[in-house]
Design a protein around this ligand. Structure first.
Ligand code: FES
Length: 421
């Protein structure tokens, strides 16, 4: 009888414990649900705020000319690579940009009388905090030369502190993500060329676009490896994204992280990874890398229109001309063009136009100095005054030269011209 009593008590106790555990469990679950709900509501609120702000921004016009911005933060991303966060001094909304575009800057180096004009790709931007971000590598003097270090990048690194202000042009540039193409996107970045491509990849991931993305990033070693963590997180968080990193000259004592390969990025590595050429290829890197990979992609059968590129440094990369695009001049055209002369008035040099080169190419060929940067009509660095004559452009450049000036890197003479250089 006693045994039955104790068994009943034990069963009763078990029943109560089970009931209490059930209650605790359901309280715990409802708490988790509430937390989840709060997080989702916050996400939704952020999204709405972002959309609302973007709509306000989209409705406003891009500003003309220069607008003053303040450096609101600086973050070192790797050795000699710094991100600058910029907010407008007038606190009005910034305008939206297409991933891949750049900002133009005008500034004066202390002690110099002339302004410098430079463009730097947007690595990111945020309508909520109303900031743009550009990421700039301090350009060292070329090894074995007496050339000075990059003046523009040195100014940013050495003179622009948090709170400094600078004149900024609205986002511009034609090197942008094609949002309508659904084919795989292959991003090929060399060094600091990662900035516009990172911005494109972020746009794809932010919008949860289900587009296959292969991201190749070639750098010297861990010292130059900017945005390593951001890229890793994008690849880990998005099954459509694969990341391939190459160190051309790894540090002797360093242990490479998983997935990082050594050596130069080659066309074979790209072909092996992508597996086919039905893709859009976005390239941004230094001239040697672009000079090797662009012709190799073309040779592999990728059509010119599927190779979108932006080169930086002292040389431009030319893609093959499409014979159907009318790019090629007729013999008659060449004959006529020979009669056109370019007179560089400051240097007192007169040259016959060769029928296909830009004013900048002609100037350089004859030791006439004109500053340049993008060599693609997008930064405005190469603008020079046209004293007389008319300049035309094969494609409308994205930079707008000041009245009376032309963009010498993409401008060609329509007849005899006099250039103030
Ligand atoms: S060099 Fe950039 S527009 Fe000419």
């Amino acid at each position: 009888m006693e045994v039955v009593f104790y068994v009943a008590i034990a069963l009763l106790a078990l029943f109560f414990i089970d009931a209490i555990l059930g209650i605790v469990n359901s309280i715990w679950e409802s708490r988790l649900r509430a937390q989840r709900f709060q997080l989702e509501a916050k996400d939704l609120k952020d999204q709405l705020l972002r959309q609302e702000k973007t709509q306000v921004v989209s409705g406003s016009l891009k500003w003309k000319g220069y607008r003053r911005f303040r450096v609101s933060n600086r973050v070192m991303e790797a050795q000699d690579i710094c991100s600058f966060y910029l907010s407008p001094l007038d606190e009005e909304a910034i305008c939206p940009y297409e991933p891949g575009q750049h900002l133009g800057f005008k500034f004066q180096i202390p002690g110099e009388s002339k302004h410098l004009i430079r463009t730097y790709s947007l690595s990111s931007g945020d309508p909520i905090s109303n900031t743009y971000r550009v990421t700039i590598k301090k350009v060292p003097p070329p090894p074995g030369t007496s050339h000075p270090p990059g003046r523009g990048s040195s100014y940013f690194h050495e003179d622009l502190e948090i709170g400094s202000t600078i004149e900024v042009k609205a986002p511009a540039g034609k090197f942008c993500l094609d949002r309508h193409d659904q084919r795989p996107a292959v991003f090929i970045a060399g060094g600091i060329g990662v900035t516009p491509l990172l911005s494109m990849l972020e746009a794809i991931c932010d919008k949860k676009i289900d587009r296959v993305c292969h991201f190749f990033h070639a750098v010297r070693n861990s010292d130059d490896h900017a945005f390593a963590q951001s890229l890793k997180e994008l690849a880990e968080g998005n099954p459509n994204v694969s990341l391939h990193t190459y160190y051309s000259s790894p540090k002797e004592d360093s242990v490479l992280e998983d997935g990082i390969k050594t050596g130069f990025l080659s066309i074979d590595a790209i072909k092996d990874t992508v597996g086919h050429i039905e893709a859009q290829f976005y390239l941004c890197g230094p001239p040697p890398m672009m000079g090797a990979l662009v012709p190799a992609l073309e040779e592999a059968g990728v059509t010119s229109s599927d190779i979108l590129l932006e080169a930086f440094g002292p040389a431009s990369v030319k893609k093959k001309k499409d014979p159907e695009s009318g790019d090629q001049k007729t013999d008659q055209g060449k004959l006529n063009s020979k009669t056109r002369k370019i007179h560089f008035s400051k240097s007192d040099v007169t040259v016959p136009w060769d029928g296909s080169s830009s004013i900048l190419d002609m100037a350089e060929e004859h030791d006439v100095e004109i500053e340049s940067s993008c060599r693609a009509g997008s930064c405005g660095t190469c603008q020079v005054k046209v004293v007389s004559g008319k300049i035309s452009y094969e494609d409308e450049p994205s930079a707008e030269p000041d009245a009376g000036n032309c963009l010498s890197c993409v401008g060609m003479p329509e007849g005899d011209v006099e250039i103030d250089a």
